[in-house]
Design a protein around this ligand. Structure first.
Ligand SMILES: *Cc1c(COP(=O)(O)O)cnc(C)c1O
Length: 222
């Protein structure tokens, strides 16, 4: 399926009015599709798989801001650390330490978002509230200067029930505000909302949405 340029123009305008950043999620999609949106001015793209991201980064313009939004294994941080713009799915202390270590090696500060588990499904990754606090305190400790925590990321439950989704987003927004008030976290990015629920996310205070299928069409994992 081709890139939906009309949807892009419409969504982009809507989000710009509300000061929300659009990350175009291009996982499984060819570089030609990414270039189509690039030529329309899009610079923030999201990818879930390390090898796929490496290949696309090498093939595409250097000013693309790559957001890693998948589950990242610690032993693979080194492959994306030199160029990644933000690692959004930081979901363990171990991963946080590894990102910092690679940042030290590269003399680079790497922007990170902590992923919070807000959905009902067990399968989704992310910190709970207690672990989140530990991660923030760790990131503020000496020796962790090469990561910069910018905020939080979350995925709502996979359900048609928008009241459930809204509640989860509202909860994440509250956590985000609490991080700033209680831990002086200086967070400025709250990444929540995808194709099916971004409007609700924006209503609940999202500052960044990650949209794939509405822009690039359905994904084929076959
Ligand atoms: C794939 C993915 C998206 C985009 O999903 P769509 O429903 O296609 O918009 C957003 N966030 C994460 C973490 C994803 O893995």
């Amino acid at each position: 399926m081709a890139v939906n340029k009309d949807a892009y123009v419409k969504i982009k305008a809507e989000l710009e009015r509300k000061n929300v950043v659009l990350v175009a999620v291009s996982k499984t999609k060819p570089v030609e599709d990414i270039m189509e949106l690039y030529q329309m001015g899009q610079r923030d793209f999201g990818e879930n798989y390390v090898q796929e991201l490496q290949e696309k980064q090498a093939a595409l313009p250097a000013d693309i801001r790559w957001h890693f939004i998948g589950h990242l294994q610690s032993n693979k941080v080194k492959y994306i650390a030199p160029f990644v713009y933000t690692i959004q799915g930081v979901d363990s202390i171990k991963l946080l330490k590894e990102i910092n270590k690679q940042g030290v090696k590269l003399q680079r500060n790497i922007d990170c978002l902590l992923q919070v588990h807000i959905a009902q499904e067990e399968t989704k990754f992310g910190f709970d509230e207690t672990e989140l606090t530990e991660a923030i305190v760790l990131a503020q400790s000496p020796g962790m200067h090469n990561i910069k925590l910018r905020g939080l990321m979350g995925m709502a439950s996979f359900t048609e029930d928008m009241a459930v989704v809204r509640n989860e987003f509202a909860f994440l927004r509250k956590l985000f505000d609490n991080c700033n008030v209680n831990y002086a976290a200086a967070f400025d990015v709250l990444s929540m909302g995808m194709s099916g629920d971004y409007s609700v996310a924006v209503e609940e205070g999202s500052t960044m949405v990650r949209i794939g299928s509405l822009l690039f069409g359905a994904r084929d994992y076959a």
